[in-house]
Design a binder for this molecule. Structure first.
Ligand SMILES: Cc1cc2nc3c(=O)[nH]c(=O)nc-3n(C[C@H](O)[C@H](O)[C@H](O)COP(=O)(O)O)c2cc1C
Length: 205
């Protein structure tokens, strides 16, 4: 079975680490893997990606959440690929910056709807929060186990099991600690670059 990782983020961040962790586990299951940055399609055309999609049996989308949805290049890529995706299996990993994973819910539904409309078999999605900060440079044991469990099921052609979904969605640190650290980082950035106070709402009337 051939697996194609569709990278939804334009940068080498959390989505890449998560996607590659799942791909490494799928490789251990004996599957052939390949990865593709979706933003490349915007500049280089969709030809290369179309043939990669045609050859794949399983598509894995790993994407950040942008404004409660998928990044625009990711949506454009899915639209461009829809005609080649029929008959494939598909799953998604979404990660967001807010502390709660439920912010990914609508975007995951968009992925599921895409799969249905494109004629793919939807094998489910995983949703992670506190992305940029908590995923750091490596992945926690919890996240690695969730990817392993997901890979075992996906390799058998089955949906991602609930245990993998729940493990991935668990908050790595308490919300108050996350906000404390993040606000500290934002204040440092504002002190360095900004002029307005951090709580300024210039468009709020
Ligand atoms: C333009 C933009 C919009 C974003 N919108 C949201 C959002 O609506 N909700 C959220 O929780 N995080 C949002 N984020 C945070 C990212 O989802 C988060 O940092 C993610 O971990 C980035 O993944 P990456 O490292 O793979 O790019 C946004 C980030 C950017 C750059």
């Amino acid at each position: 079975m051939r697996v194609l990782l569709l990278m939804g983020s334009p940068r080498e961040g959390a989505s890449l680490r998560l996607g590659r962790a799942l791909m490494a586990s799928l490789k251990e299951q004996g599957l052939a893997t390949e990865e593709y940055y979706l933003v490349q399609g915007l500049t280089q055309g969709w030809g290369k990606l179309e043939s990669a999609v045609r050859q794949a049996d399983l598509l894995i989308l790993s994407s950040p959440l942008y404004v409660d949805s998928l990044p625009a290049p990711t949506i454009a890529a899915l639209e461009a690929l829809a005609d080649n995706a029929a008959g494939k299996r598909m799953a998604a990993i979404l990660n967001c910056g807010f502390p709660e994973p439920f912010h990914n819910t609508t975007a995951l539904k968009i992925c599921r709807q895409f799969a249905r409309r494109a004629g793919c078999t939807w094998l489910g999605g995983m949703s992670l929060s506190m992305g940029g900060f908590s995923l750091g440079k490596g992945l926690s044991r919890r996240v690695r186990i969730s990817m392993k469990l997901a890979a075992q099921a996906l390799a058998r052609g089955e949906a991602i099991p609930d245990r993998a979904v729940h493990l991935a969605a668990r908050k790595p640190i308490p919300k108050w600690l996350y906000l404390l650290v993040l606000n500290g980082v934002f204040r440092r950035v504002v002190r360095k670059h900004g002029k307005a106070p951090i709580d300024a709402q210039p468009y709020f009337h």
